[in-house]
Design a protein around this ligand. Structure first.
Ligand code: NAD
Length: 252
């Protein structure tokens, strides 16, 4: 049994994890941390980490970048692994996670969906095997409330592929502004916005007379909660170091 302290427990993701954990036999949430103690949870909630003395194996964080410093102090003081899923961290905060991983085990992923991370690994493998002979285009679809485009996940897929081809790719966003033929080294990124689409990503490898498509569609936020719970179990009793979804997938 992996005992979790959940930071941001009263947020949308915190409650999704609470639901996933309640249905799981391998994890249990033993305490929550949140500046907003507004919900009736089955575990005790602390508005200040320093007041939480409850024994646990892993801290999971889906909260806000402003929570990070206090949380990392708490994790180091308690010598506990931390799974950070909060997005929007600054460059300095991301570096802090790397630096602190010499003191405690740190897991960070801006996308906790196991499926998306598997898609990234498969796309990397495809780019390696196809060796520059196929044109690569990424199409992402999200709901009409999303502000940023392309999605951070589409960029993470492009970055994963680019890493494999030694960072030679040029990212081209949509194609309305430049009238020219597609260049061989391009990765095209395209965004669709509409309705309540939770998130869909298609990676297209288009070659001579054949097309390979890898796609992933999320239909609820629960996929991130399931991934985070798997990450928590993976991090229990790990040695110090910096871990990502790629380590979790390789360990399967
Ligand atoms: N990595 C992933 O796969 C993934 C997936 C979904 C969401 N997220 C990220 O997780 C974070 C939370 O998302 P959400 O949709 O649950 O947001 P939310 O706004 O619904 O919940 C955030 C919770 O954090 C609490 N909080 C805010 N500041 C805090 C602080 N300083 N200390 C303690 N608690 C604090 C809030 O009171 C709230 O309960 C966001 O950064 C979001 O982008 C990551």
């Amino acid at each position: 049994m992996t005992r979790i302290i959940l930071n941001g427990c009263n947020g949308k993701m915190g409650q999704a994890i609470t639901k996933v954990a309640a249905a799981s036999e391998s994890v249990s949430i033993v305490a929550g941390l949140d500046i907003n103690d507004c919900l009736p949870n089955t575990y005790p909630v602390f508005t200040n980490p320093e007041k939480c003395g409850i024994e646990a194996d892993v801290i999971v964080d889906f909260s806000h970048p402003s929570a990070l410093d206090l949380l990392l102090d708490f994790a180091v003081k308690r010598n506990m692994p931390v799974v950070v899923a909060t997005t929007g961290l600054s460059k300095e905060q991301k570096q802090k996670l790397v630096d602190i991983s010499t003191k405690i085990p740190v897991f960070f992923s801006a996308n906790m969906s196991l499926g998306i991370n598997l898609l990234i690994e498969l796309a990397k493998k495809a780019a390696k095997v196809l060796d520059g002979n196929f044109d690569i285009e990424i199409v992402e679809q999200h709901h009409n409330q999303k502000i940023d485009a392309p999605s951070g996940t589409a960029l993470a897929i492009a970055d994963g592929i680019n890493e494999v081809i030694e960072n030679t790719a040029e990212y081209v966003y949509d194609r309305h502004s430049v009238r020219r033929k597609r260049q061989k080294n391009e990765i095209g990124l395209h965004s669709v916005r509409g309705g309540t689409i939770v998130g869909k990503h298609n990676v297209i490898f288009a070659g001579q007379d054949e097309i390979i498509e890898i796609s992933h569609e999320a239909s609820s936020k629960e996929v991130f909660a399931v991934g985070a719970v798997k990450a928590a179990v993976f991090m229990k009793d790990r040695p110090c170091g910096y871990y990502s979804m790629s380590d979790l997938i390789s360990a399967v």
